[in-house]
Ligand binder design. Structure first.
Ligand SMILES: OC[C@H]1O[C@H](O[C@H]2O[C@H](CO)[C@@H](O)[C@H](O)[C@H]2O)[C@H](O)[C@@H](O)[C@@H]1O
Length: 566
């Protein structure tokens, strides 16, 4: 993918261009849409995940001939004939991989879970890693131009359902689960894959597909590396990982993603935002994005919306009223105008992790540099986001998004007063959860936020129908808040954490008992219970939901086994 710039002198509005393969497959997807319409079963991503049997020139020629001979209105029969003759099915370029470090019951597995039934469940969840394990078929490496799947060099764990490639932030919770399962080599191979993306593209992609090269996702690579090192003490692994983290830090701190805000005391703070290098429909949802933009009349408004859609996907929160000026209108997405709390916490964590890993490798000046960066960001997060009255960190809305070089002047009214789970994410990190005064305020803030539900923490209070809004509660977000509260050192915050985790686990366990398998989305009436994104999935569960179940069981055990008296 080539990078081109709208203004030669600035990378402020950098965009990437689709490859010829992506352009062809988008045409293929659109034709399918014109035949099958907006039925529930029409998944545009499926049309981008096929691979070519012959080279693109011949395939395109055959496709164009079919369109010409039918005056553009293709019958199902002709379409299917073309598909079968020229394309391989989505997913056929991945092969099953038996993870070498998988054991039916690893030594020392969840020793704190004593209940026989719950251990059975935990072992079932553990065994799902086998079903989600894949490697890229050799033919992808031999002929990468025929595939949207990127030729990752190592075995991987996919989320499941329609997500048959590696995803960036999902991988963090997959790795947390793999570590509970003692599958250290599988965990490392996921990291090595993500590093290979940094080597090739300069950043970790949203996912391992050619259509995801225009954006990243919440940056949790350093957290994955830290967790693996913490269990394995593998210095060779850290040595290989550190240069990639330094490169990733640069990606997040170049013009598009960087924002300078002057606080009410006149101090300038550098923070970050999501900003995709794209102003076209996301290829994997092209028909949907075009439909969303169809209400807009001029081309530049459409381009603006497309960038906002892709930037929201970079946030991992696609979609939520969190990013919308008008909560009932997706075309008012304004993600690039928001300085998000969670992104800045992830980057602060990246800076702390780099400092720690560099110190471990004896690279003291790098360690010093990143420690200073994390301290500056901690000050910035308090000045710009912290709202003492609410006990929450609030996203900051910029008045002008695209003016990259501008210094924005902080105004209290620009803190978004709406409540989202992300307003509590900073408590995940020790810089914030080691301060008891903050933890007490955060607990009160969470208690009165309205987000605490029967089955966990809801992501927002607005019932908009968007994936990341009420009543859904996302496993990964809950995990970070709960883990931060549990590790703060205060007994009452640990008890609060345990209460939330147990409610969430019990809902998952009930679903397992009812259906005999792990699930992704049990039932929306269980507010806070959704794992994130899909429907009930037999045999695989969903990658990060499985990871959170195992991580929670390790941290808290099961109610009847608990040792803490709350
Ligand atoms: O197909 C549309 C979108 O799908 C992905 O987003 C959702 O699933 C991901 C995998 O579990 C998850 O990481 C993300 O948070 C979900 O919103 C993809 O990441 C999007 O970029 C894509 O457009």
């Amino acid at each position: 993918m080539n990078v081109s710039f709208t203004h030669a002198s600035s990378v402020c509005n950098a965009i990437k261009q689709p490859t010829p393969l992506l352009s062809f497959l988008e045409k293929f997807q659109e034709t399918a849409h014109s035949i099958f319409g907006d039925s529930k079963d029409f998944d545009p991503k499926g049309y981008m995940d096929v691979s070519l049997k012959f080279d693109l020139t011949n395939t395109t020629e055959a496709f164009d001939n079919m369109l010409k001979s039918t005056n553009g209105s293709v019958s199902i029969h002709d379409f299917e004939e073309f598909t079968n003759r020229f394309l391989n099915k989505a997913g056929s370029d991945l092969v099953y991989h038996q993870p070498a470090d998988f054991e039916l019951e690893p030594a020392g597995f969840l020793l704190n879970v004593e209940s026989v039934e719950v251990r059975e469940w935990a072992l079932e969840v553990h065994s799902l890693w086998k079903n989600l394990s894949r490697k890229v078929a050799d033919e992808v490496r031999e002929n990468p131009e025929l595939h949207t799947l990127l030729p990752l060099p190592h075995p991987m764990i996919i989320p499941g359902s329609r997500f048959i490639e590696v995803y960036y932030w999902d991988s963090y919770w997959v790795i947390r689960g793999l570590l509970v399962s003692k599958m250290y080599e599988t965990a490392k191979s996921i990291v090595y894959n993500l590093i290979s993306l940094i080597d090739e593209y300069g950043h970790v992609l949203n996912g391992s597909r050619a259509y995801y090269t225009n954006r990243s996702q919440p940056p949790l690579l350093s957290s994955m590396i830290w967790e693996i090192y913490n269990r394995t003490h593998d210095l060779a692994f850290v040595k290989r990982s550190l240069p990639a983290l330094l490169k990733e830090h640069i990606f997040w701190n170049t013009v598009n993603h960087k924002v300078i805000i002057q606080d009410d005391k006149g101090c300038n703070h550098t923070l970050n935002r999501y900003f995709a290098l794209w102003n076209k429909p996301r290829p994997e949802t092209s028909t949907i994005d075009k439909e969303s933009a169809s209400k807009l009349l001029n081309a530049s408004d459409k381009q603006h919306l497309y960038r906002e859609l892709a930037s929201t996907a970079e946030a991992g929160w696609d979609f939520s009223t969190r990013w919308m000026r008008n909560h009932s209108d997706l075309t008012t997405l304004a993600t690039t105008s928001i300085v998000p709390v969670d992104l800045n916490l992830y980057i602060l964590k990246m800076e702390l992790d780099i400092a720690f890993l560099a110190r471990t490798m004896g690279q003291n000046s790098i360690a010093e540099q990143f420690l200073n960066a994390s301290q500056a960001r901690q000050v910035a997060m308090i000045s710009i986001f912290w709202n003492d009255k609410k006990g929450q960190w609030l996203d900051y809305w910029l008045t002008k998004s695209s003016a990259c070089e501008k210094v924005h002047i902080w105004e209290a009214q620009n803190q978004n007063q709406n409540t989202f789970a992300s307003n509590f994410i900073p408590v995940w990190n020790e810089l914030f959860n080691s301060d008891n005064a903050i933890v007490q305020k955060v607990m009160k803030g969470l208690q009165s936020s309205g987000l605490l539900c029967a089955a966990g923490i809801a992501t927002s209070l607005t019932r908009s129908g968007q994936q990341m809004d009420f009543p859904n509660g996302w496993a990964p977000l809950q995990h970070m808040i709960v883990e931060g509260l549990a590790r703060s050192g205060s007994k009452d915050s640990r008890c609060m954490a345990e209460d939330i985790a147990v409610k969430w686990m019990k809902t998952n366990y009930a679903a397992y008992k009812k259906t005999g398998t792990m699930h992704e989305k049990y039932d929306v009436e269980y507010c806070g219970a959704v794992g994130g994104g899909g429907e009930y999935i037999p045999q695989t569960g969903f990658g990060w939901t499985n990871g959170v179940v195992l991580a929670f069981l390790e941290e808290f055990g099961w109610p009847q086994d608990q040792k803490i008296d709350c």
